[in-house]
Design a protein around this ligand. Structure first.
Ligand SMILES: NC(=O)c1ccc[n+]([C@@H]2O[C@H](COP(=O)([O-])OP(=O)(O)OC[C@H]3O[C@@H](n4cnc5c(N)ncnc54)[C@H](O)[C@@H]3O)[C@@H](O)[C@H]2O)c1
Ligand SMILES: [Zn+2]
Length: 344
């Protein structure tokens, strides 16, 4: 299974492969591998003999601007030249670190990517965004720098923690929702074991591909992929990043559908169908500090004075941006949502 992704920066290929080991052994030794430390311990140590590698920690702190300089120092010691290539192996954090560094090192060097988490396989590996934290401010720095090749081996997912699988499904759910009702409903088929996780990944990537090929640089249609994210990011911040990104995004999507329903954009029938699916992913109510949540929304990249463009929905595949006063969202919706939503 192969995809070609059209990009103004570089067209690139994504390929599902049977054996990451075989592929990695086929490189010609001029590549530098940058690998998530946990992935290295689980899949490489005493199993694959590679010499030229650097390990990175996959914590939010390690993708901060200052900590990234440690990785750059290590790369400098490897004496790369402009023609060298870096191969990144890991999840979204490893991807963000490597893609950002490769965009500035020698004004840009080539890189390839083996995503190893569900979130990275089903979402972040395509689209080309790089996102780096600055201090405690998440994803404030970045640019666009897609890898030249992406290799997906779903065998990596066998050792993923349950919450990272749950997070990956949460992240994919927003792409499926934004694309179409049929794609979002495939989650029901997945939970009923009628389709596989690989099928879900393919549908999710196809959903994202549709938007990034239309609007690679996030000026128009791609903005809709922020569905669930304004609230999702604020929940991450208000819970001190203890809850994985994709679960917060699914929760943010639930909030956005709930508000859409209360504002009469979304029918009760559709709302309850969507709520049922999202609750299968989220599982438990998230309690968060409401004033921290509000502060995070005010800090959001998209906020302008006291207003923000929220993504609401007439139904899956029919999202739209609605400019709203942050204060009114709180008074009229967020507090009520917190009070009324239950997971019993
Ligand atoms: N650039 C983008 O387009 C984009 C899009 C979405 C998310 N992101 C970013 O991605 C990050 C989250 O990514 P993530 O969820 O992949 O997290 P991650 O990279 O931190 O990985 C999650 C955990 O799983 C471990 N791990 C990785 N692969 C494994 C495997 N195969 N088996 C067992 N454990 C494994 C990691 O060591 C880590 O502990 C966030 O920082 C988010 O902002 C970026
Ligand atoms: Zn996301």
């Amino acid at each position: 299974m192969k995809f070609k992704i059209k990009s103004k920066l570089r067209n690139y290929n994504l390929e599902f492969i049977e054996s990451y080991k075989k592929k990695i052994m086929s490189y010609n030794k001029n590549q530098l591998f940058i690998i998530d430390k946990n992935v290295f311990n689980l899949f490489f140590k005493n199993q694959i003999n590679i010499k030229n590698f650097i390990l990175v920690n996959s914590s939010e702190e390690s993708k901060s601007y200052l900590r990234i300089s440690n990785v750059i120092s290590k790369i400098l010691q490897k004496k790369l030249n402009k023609k060298s290539m870096i191969v990144a192996i890991g999840g979204g954090i490893t991807q963000d670190i490597v893609s950002f560094i490769c965009s500035i090192y020698f004004r840009g060097i080539d890189w390839e990517f083996f995503p190893t988490t569900l979130l990275a396989q089903g979402d972040s590996c395509i689209g080309g965004k790089t996102s780096i934290n600055f201090g405690k401010f998440k994803n404030q720095l970045g640019n666009f720098n897609p890898p030249s090749k992406i290799y997906i081996d779903i065998n990596f997912l066998k050792k993923l923690r349950k919450r990272d699988i749950q997070s990956g499904i949460g992240e994919m759910s927003h792409l499926l929702a934004v694309r179409s009702h049929v794609n979002f409903s495939s989650l029901n088929k997945y939970f009923a074991k009628e389709i596989s996780l690989k099928d879900l990944i393919i549908l999710s990537l196809q959903s994202k591909k549709f938007f990034i090929e239309k609007d690679e640089f996030d000026e128009k249609e791609r903005k809709l992929l922020n569905f669930g994210h304004t609230f999702g990011h604020a929940i991450e911040s208000a819970t001190n990043y203890k809850i994985p990104h994709g679960i917060c995004v699914a929760y943010g999507s639930l909030m956005a559908f709930w508000i859409s329903n209360r504002m009469n954009f979304l029918t009760n029938k559709d709302y309850f169908r969507y709520e049922k699916i999202l609750k299968l992913i989220i599982k438990n109510k998230i309690n968060f500090n409401i004033s921290k949540f509000k502060k995070a929304i005010l800090r959001d990249k998209k906020a302008n004075k006291n207003k923000i463009g929220f993504i609401l929905s007439y139904g899956c595949g029919k999202m739209f941006i609605k400019e709203m006063k942050i204060e009114s969202i709180f008074l009229n919706y967020i507090k009520k949502f917190n009070h009324q939503i239950d997971f019993k």
